[in-house]
Design a protein around this ligand. Sequence first.
Ligand code: CAA
Length: 288
Amino acid sequence: MSSKNIRTVAVIGGGTMGNGIAHVMAQGGLDVVLVDLSADVLQRAVETIGKNLDRQVRKNRISEADRDATLARIRTETDRAAGVAEADLVVEAVPERAELKAEVFADLDAHAPAHAILASNTSSISITEIAASTSRPEKVIGMHFMNPVPVMKLVEVIRGLATDDETTARVMELSKALGKVPVEVNDYPGFVSNRVLMPMINEAVFALMEGVAEPEAIDTVMKLGMNHPMGPLALADLIGLDTCLNILEVLHRELGDDRYRPCPLLRKYVAAGWLGRKSGRGFHDYDG
Ligand code: CAA
C-alpha cells in the first residue's frame, strides 16, 4: 500500500498542533476526523481552522471555494474509537505526557484498522517507547510538525527502533504530497529539532536571569544579528513555556548532561502560570 491509499486521517487532539495538522491534511485533499474528548475544544479548533483559512484567502493563497472544500472535509468526533475506525493514518497530538501517550496509543491500536499507520506529533517523547504500547510497533512513527503548522515547511519524521521502511516511505511521501519537506531522523531524545533549539532558548532565559539584557534586547540581537524570524524568548512564548520546560526535562533526564538543565527562571514562569501567548503573558506581554 502506498501513501496514495491514505484517504482518511484521524487527528487526535484539537489543540494548537492538532488543529494545524487537521488544516493541512484537509487542505491536501484528505478526509479528516478531528477527535477530542471535549466538544468545546473541537468547536474552537474548527473556528481556528476557519480563521487561518480566511487569512490564506485574504492573502490570495487559496480561493473561497478551496476554503469551503477544506472545511467540508473535516468532521469532528468526541468518541476516539469511532473517530479512528475508518482511518488509514492516525496522527496523535495530545499533551506531552508519556503515560497519556501510552494509554492513547494502546487505545488507537485497539480501534484503528489493522493497516493503519499510527503517528505521533510528539516533540520529545521516545517513539520507540510509544510504539511498545501497541501490537504494531513497525507501523508507529513520529510525524513532528512545527508551529504554526500551515506555514512551516518541515515535518521531522522519526523512526522508532521497530518502524519499518514501508511505513517511513509512506509518511515521507504523504508529507511531500501535503507540500511539506520531510526530514528523516532517528529516535533520540529531542530528535534533531529540539536537541538544537531548546538549549538556545534555555540559554536566552539564563541571559535574562543573569541580567545580561532585557527580553526585547535579547530577541532583537538574535532577530537582526542572526536573521531568525523571531527572537528565542518570543519563540518560547509561541511554543509555550510549559512545553519548553517539558522538553528540557526530557533532554536533561535522558541524556544525563547538565548542559540541558532547565533555567530556574523558566521554572518560575511556568509555576506562575506565565506560559507565553496562550496565557497572555510569558517573556513578553500579550494582553491586548
Ligand atoms: N495559519 C495560517 N497562516 C499563518 C498562520 C497560521 N496559524 N500564522 C501565520 N500565517 C501566515 C501569514 O498569513 C503570512 O502568510 P504570507 O507569507 O502568505 O503572507 C505568513 O504566515 C507570515 O505571517 P505574518 O506576516 O503574520 O507574521 P510573520 O512574518 O511575523 O511570521 C511566523 C510569523 C510564521 C510565526 C514567523 O515569525 C516564524 O516563522 N517564526 C518562527 C516559528 C518557528 O520557529 N516555529 C517552530 C517552533 S518549534 C516547534 O513548533 C516544534 C517543537 O517541538 C517545539
